[in-house]
Design a protein around this ligand. Structure first.
Ligand code: SF4
Length: 257
């Protein structure tokens, strides 16, 4: 089988544990306003590669990847579900750690065939890095062009299946930094049983340059970067939501209380 690869980062250090070969797959149905990789959106244009070719490249530098592995990201890797499954199955045969970095937006429960395919992929996935971009669905639609329904459902599904997950959230001034939204994100995460890490990242505008070079309008051109302190404060609010839900404290922002 052939996958369509946007690019490969040989020595990634932020997309999963250890040093990793990070494989950016072509295609994404989301249109996040802060996306750094708008050139991955269209399915057309990637370089066709097989799982064997990718793993050969990994094996040629295997010593550098001790404690690491491979990460499939994008774009949205679940747009090429069959290919990523083949890649991860082959990787596990070689005892390579596998990480799926996804928005989860492709997930659905419409029919057993799709769920069987997802289960087969998850059997060969050591870690999922899941981006939750906004807890509020209308705001999520504005930010990404898609509902968060499938994403939250995928998070619940991964929890049921006990697949280790790192949650990532980007804090954007005036878009994803409102206290009730962050707190509810925490409450949502607090219900999950498989979360191993929470990465709260400050929004930065380094993607701007790419939009300019592609002749595209940058949607957040009037939004300033988020400070590190702002991201730390946001993380504290998320953590308070996690704590509250786990200790039975009612939602502090629900008007009923
Ligand atoms: S999900 Fe990722 S690749 Fe897709 S638009 Fe959003 S940030 Fe970009």
């Amino acid at each position: 089988m052939t996958g369509y690869i946007h690019s490969i980062e040989s020595f990634g250090t932020v997309d999963g544990p250890g040093v990793r070969m990070v494989i950016f797959l072509q295609g994404c149905p989301m249109r996040c306003q802060y996306c750094h990789n708008p050139d991955t959106w269209k399915m057309a244009g990637g370089t066709p590669m097989t799982a064997e070719e990718l793993l050969k490249q990994f094996e040629s530098s295997r010593n550098f990847y001790r404690g690491g592995g491979i990460t499939a990201t994008g774009g949205e890797p679940l747009m090429q579900l069959d290919f990523v499954t083949e890649l991860f199955e082959a990787a596990k045969k070689k005892d390579i750690h596998t990480c799926l970095d996804t928005s989860g937006v492709m997930f659905h429960r419409n029919g057993p065939d799709y769920l069987n395919k997802i289960d087969r992929l998850l059997e060969h996935t050591d870690l999922v890095m899941l981006d939750i971009k906004h807890m509020d669905d209308p705001k999520h639609k504005v930010l990404t062009g898609q509902s968060n329904e499938n994403i939250l459902d995928f998070a619940r599904y991964l929890s049921q299946k006990e697949i280790p997950v790192w949650i990532r959230h980007v804090v954007v001034p005036q878009i994803t930094d409102q206290t009730p939204d962050l707190y509810r994100l925490g409450r949502f995460i607090g219900e999950l049983k498989n979360v191993k890490a929470l990465d709260v990242l400050p929004y930065h505008d380094m993607g701007k340059v790419k939009y300019e070079s592609l002749g595209m309008d940058y949607p957040l051109k009037d939004t300033p970067p988020m400070s590190k302190e702002g991201a730390i404060a946001a993380k504290k609010i998320i953590l308070s939501g996690i704590r509250d839900v786990r200790t039975g404290v009612p939602d502090r922002y629900c008007s009923q209380f």
